[in-house]
Design a protein. Sequence first.
Length: 262
Amino acid sequence: MRRMSAPQIFDRRAVRLHRDRAAGSIGRVLPVLEECAERLLDRLDDTKRSFHRALDLGGRGVVAPLLRARGMEVVSSDLSARMAALSGTPCVAADEEWLPFAPASFDLVVASLSLHWVNDLPGTLIQIRQVLRPDGLFLASLPALGTLGELRAALTEAEAALSGGVSPRVSPFPELRDLAGLMGRAGFAVPVADGEDITLSYGDPLGLLRDLRAAGETNAVGQRDRRAPAPSLFAAAASAMAGPDGRTPATLRLGTMTGWAS
């Protein structure tokens, strides 16, 4: 159950609307989503356990086919009904903070790049553990602190220069060192968290912003400035991010969590 005292950092309605919109454009970023999902599911090859019934949380049409290819029965869930439908049936539109599944319904839960917009991550992890059968496995990846660091720094510098103030324009991300502790607090056995950096490179300096929109990853911080930013803001930030070769780098610090239900 979600703790009522959990801080409301993110505007969950905005998250849903962004994912609704992105359901029609997700093809633009499929290579990145597929790469991240495949890296996460490679962890299944490290265990001798077999899994039969899996819950795909927020897989954006990428994770469910990979699990089915491994012979599993898959139920997909997403905050956005449109995004959930991309994974095929059975699928459910549901809030990750209020999972509608009975205890011990699955022996595997996979959340690939889908838990970084929840307000109560500890409470969500508890619910995930509860829907797992004993000895069930939880696999998740999410952007960790350091992700989009180049964009965050460039936007902060550009906005301060243009307006004299700064608005939160890039989501806060969890620290990698905290993830294993959160799983332990949620009751997972043998919790492990590790990370790796994936560096993307864009010839078009605004390509990163278009990809974030296509993936449903635009700003949903509750305290964001709701006014349209000055057109010069993103142009100035993009110019500041360009490397010596003229290309724009973007870092995805991928934090991976694994844990077993006891």
